[in-house]
Design a binder for this molecule. Structure first.
Ligand code: SF4
Length: 440
């Protein structure tokens, strides 16, 4: 029986009310949640606690690490700073200063999002929108800038700590519609956040319906980036507006648009419950397709068997594996990152164990400043060991599918760590990228 759920959330203020946590963790471990949760966003709900986390496996359980702050997510000197500030009970304003100092060291704005991806229309920057790749516009509806629970690895963490400078959000769709009318090359609008699936059905309808207008015929695909399937599947089963939400999905597909539900799924444990399976069925029955993506992260899913099971389970449930990403260079990247070469080995090992149907997945890929860079793999060329790379998406679409080469480096975790191979000073795209920075 699925049963109706009353939604309860826990954060750094009330996590000590979670009975399983108190039973399973020591006092020091509980305190560490407080310290790290003061710097990085922390929110978890009763579905994740009661049905996804295997408490017998805590503190090593992957879903526990995915949702609860861990001591090592802060570097030791930062941890000690906040730890002492809390223990000394210093005034709130001073605490805030310390916390902001620590946050500022965590690269809160990776991949040039604040500076380079925001489009300009009639001389005005269009806040709440990003247009990095020709065909796809990202739209951050202002009412969808939170999540049902927060992932500890999230690269959008600054949005959840109340820092207005780091937020992308659009109050209404008028400007977006105007922009889309002027850019007929855009075929895809991606609603993202936070999680747009935290909005109720009528709010979501207000955002989406304008995209169905005949004037926007060139917009063929509406994508919704969400983790609600995993963190609150009741949304699509028996919340009070579930029917209305599924009707909206049906309305989109019946209008001839492709509705691409981009589900963030990090571990097979997220797909085991009866309610998530019912949610998948209900969504697919509306004509929507569900594609899946996740970063590969140390402590959570850095094993080939996890990815093999994840992709196999997804295919069995009718989902389409889409991306394996690399942990972005922000927040607790030092805790989560998997070196590029290791990620490639894990991808390859999992990929060779699944049938062709699951090989719709791409990666491992870095969403870096110049574009989505795929690790094609190591090679030896003219006696030199190199790492072959490739753009899946690029700031300049001409870069896509042009293989390029970096010196082989087993420790590198991000594009910036790599050096061009064959004694070259720059990668082929860098001159144009530097010119682009100067122009901005
Ligand atoms: S659900 Fe998505 S946006 Fe929200 S915290 Fe997780 S990764 Fe970040």
């Amino acid at each position: 029986m699925i049963g109706i759920q009353e939604y309860k959330v826990f954060s750094a203020h009330n996590y000590e009310q979670i009975p399983q946590l108190i039973k399973q963790l020591t006092k020091d471990q509980l305190w560490a949640i407080k310290v790290v949760g003061t710097v990085l966003p922390f929110k978890v709900n009763n579905y994740v606690i009661d049905q996804l986390i295997n408490w017998d496996n805590v503190p090593d359980d992957p879903i526990f690490i995915l949702t609860f702050p861990q001591k090592e997510m802060l570097k030791e000197e930062h941890y000690n700073l906040v730890d002492q500030a809390l223990k000394n009970n210093i005034p709130q304003l001073e605490l805030k200063k310390i916390v902001n100092l620590v946050r500022a060291t965590l690269n809160p704005n990776p991949a040039g999002q604040q500076d380079h991806n925001v489009p300009v229309m009639d001389g005005q920057r269009l806040h709440g929108v990003q247009h990095k790749y020709d065909q796809t516009l990202l739209f951050f509806p202002s009412h969808g800038q939170t999540c049902h629970a927060y992932c500890t690895f999230c690269f959008r963490w600054p949005q959840f700590i109340g820092d207005k400078n780091q937020k992308f959000a659009q109050n209404e769709t008028d400007d977006v519609i105007k922009y889309l009318k002027r850019h007929p090359k855009i075929t895809d609008v991606l609603l993202t956040g936070g999680d747009p699936m935290t909005m109720n059905a009528s709010r979501l309808r207000a955002y989406i319906e304008p995209f169905l207008s005949p004037e926007l015929e060139h917009v063929q695909t509406i994508r919704i980036g969400t983790k609600a399937l995993s963190f609150w599947p009741y949304k699509f089963v028996n919340d009070k507006d579930s029917e209305e939400l599924l009707d909206l999905f049906r309305q989109i597909t019946e209008a001839g648009k492709h509705l691409a539900f981009m589900a963030h799924l990090n571990h097979p444990a997220e797909l085991k419950t009866e309610v998530v399976r019912q949610a998948i069925k209900n969504i697919k029955d509306t004509g929507a397709e569900i594609r899946t993506q996740s970063p590969i992260m140390h402590h959570i899913n850095d094993k080939a068997c996890v990815w093999r099971d994840l992709w196999n389970t997804q295919v069995q449930l009718g989902l389409i594996p889409y991306y394996m990403f690399l942990a972005r260079d922000t927040g607790a990247q030092h805790y989560f990152s998997v070196p590029l070469v290791k990620a490639w080995h894990i991808f390859k090992e999992a990929y060779r164990q699944v049938s062709g149907i699951a090989r719709t997945v791409r990666g491992p890929s870095m969403s870096a400043h110049p574009g989505k860079v795929e690790i094609v793999g190591p090679a030896t060329i003219n006696g030199e060991e190199v790492l072959t790379l490739n753009f899946i998406q690029g700031r300049n679409s001409d870069w896509i599918k042009r293989p390029f080469f970096a010196e082989y480096d087993e420790k590198a975790t991000w594009l910036d760590d790599l050096k061009p191979a064959f004694g070259k000073k720059r990668f082929f795209f860098e001159t144009e990228l530097i010119d682009d920075v100067k122009l901005n």
